[in-house]
Design a binder for this molecule. Structure first.
Ligand code: SF4
Length: 325
C-alpha cells in the first residue's frame, strides 16, 4: 500500500472542504482498503468521516424513513422500522457480504462500492475503468459474472451491491452535500451506465458527500429480495431481484422490479412493470413480464445463463408474492 495522508473531518462542512481529486472519504473502509491494498485506488489523502453524526435512522414527517449515510448495514437490517415497513431492504442487506462486513459497512459506502470485476483489481490487465483508454480484458476474457444489460464496448462490469437493488425498487432518494450546497438525487439516477466513460460511476460532483438516503412512505407492498449466487453466503449475486407488488381484485395494482448482478447499475425493469400494471395477476402475465425484464439482454461468451436466471427469478418471485396477497 502506498503512503497517504490521514485527516479526520470534524464536521460535514470540513469534510467537503477537504475533498479533492486525489482524496477519498473513509467510512467503514470495507471496499476502500481492499482497493488501496491492491493499488487500484492511490489517494494522496484519506479523509476519515466515520465519526460524523450521520449514523441515525430517523422517521420522516411524511411517513418515510431516513437512513444516515454512516448507518451500518447490520444496524439498518436490524432496525424494527426497516423490518416492518421495508422488509425487501432488510432481506437484501442480510444476504450481502458476511456478518463481520455488515457490522462495518455503511449505507453511503454500500452505494459507492466499486465493481468486483477481476480485471479491474488486476493491475496487469487492461481496464478502461481503472485506466481510461486502456481497453477491457473482460470482453475477451472470462466474463461469467459480467453484465448482460446496459453494457458498452468500453466496460461490461456489474454493480455489486444488494442494498442498492432494494433501494432502486423502493424508489429511494440519495441526499448529498457539496461545495454548492445540498441536493437530492433519485437512487435510480445516482449510478451511471458505462457508455464511453466507465470510470464515472455515479452522478456525484467533485467534493460531494452522501449524507443520507430517504425511503418513501411504505405503500402496502408485498416484497422480497431474492439472490442467486455461487455459494450460500459471502458471495456476490450472479443475479438478484427486488420485487414489490400490490395485487387488488386479482389484478396488479402496483409493481416495481429491480435486478442486480446484470448491469453497471441496479437495473429497473420498467417495461415489465408497465406490462403488469392493471393486468391479471396470473402466471401467464407474470411469465410475459419476466421475458420483458430481460428483453434487451446482450450476453457475453460465458454469461448467457444470466438472462434465463433473471427471467425465472422474476417470474417465480411475482408468483410467490401474488400468492401471499
Ligand atoms: Fe475494467 Fe469494466 Fe472491463 Fe472490468 S469490464 S476490465 S471494470 S473496463
Amino acid at each position: 500500500m502506498r503512503e497517504f495522508a490521514y485527516v479526520r473531518a470534524a464536521d460535514v462542512a470540513e469534510a467537503v472542504e477537504l475533498a479533492g481529486p486525489q482524496v477519498r472519504y473513509l467510512a467503514g473502509g470495507t471496499n476502500l482498503f481492499d482497493l488501496m491494498r491492491e493499488e487500484v485506488e492511490r489517494p494522496e489523502r484519506v479523509v476519515d468521516i466515520s465519526r460524523l453524526p450521520l449514523s441515525a435512522i430517523e422517521d420522516l414527517p411524511d411517513g418515510g424513513l431516513r437512513l444516515g449515510a454512516l448507518a451500518r448495514n447490520a444496524q439498518v437490517a436490524a432496525d424494527d422500522r426497516v423490518r416492518r415497513r421495508y422488509p425487501v431492504l432488510g432481506r437484501a442487506l442480510l444476504q450481502s457480504a458476511s456478518p463481520q462486513l455488515r457490522n462495518r459497512a455503511t449505507v453511503g459506502g454500500n452505494l459507492l462500492q466499486r465493481t468486483r470485476c477481476r480485471y479491474f483489481y488486476d493491475l496487469g490487465a487492461a481496464c478502461n475503468k481503472r485506466e481510461p483508454g486502456a481497453g477491457c480484458d473482460a470482453l475477451g476474457g472470462f466474463n461469467r459474472t459480467h453484465a448482460i444489460l446496459g453494457a458498452s464496448p468500453s466496460c461490461v462490469a456489474v454493480h455489486p451491491s444488494d442494498m442498492c437493488v432494494a433501494l432502486a425498487a423502493l424508489d429511494a432518494t440519495v441526499n448529498l452535500t457539496g461545495p454548492d450546497g445540498e441536493r437530492s438525487v433519485p437512487v435510480t439516477e445516482f449510478h451511471l451506465l458505462p457508455g464511453e466513460t466507465p470510470q464515472a460511476e455515479t452522478v456525484l460532483r467533485a467534493g460531494e458527500l452522501v449524507t443520507s438516503v430517504d425511503l418513501p412512505t411504505e405503500q402496502r407492498w408485498r416484497g422480497d429480495y431474492v439472490k442467486v449466487r455461487d455459494r450460500a453466503s459471502f458471495a456476490f449475486a450472479l443475479v438478484s431481484a427486488a420485487v414489490l407488488v400490490r395485487v387488488e381484485h386479482g389484478r396488479t395494482a402496483a409493481v416495481r422490479i429491480a435486478l442486480g448482478g446484470v448491469a453497471h447499475k441496479p437495473w429497473r425493469a420498467y417495461a415489465a412493470e408497465e406490462l403488469l400494471i392493471g393486468a391479471a395477476a396470473d402466471e401467464a402475465v407474470f411469465g410475459r413480464a419476466a421475458e420483458e425484464a430481460v428483453a434487451g439482454a446482450r450476453p457475453l461468451e460465458h454469461n448467457a445463463f444470466k438472462a434465463e436466471l433473471a427471467r425465472r427469478l422474476v417470474r417465480r418471485t411475482l408468483i410467490e408474492l401474488a400468492g401471499r396477497s
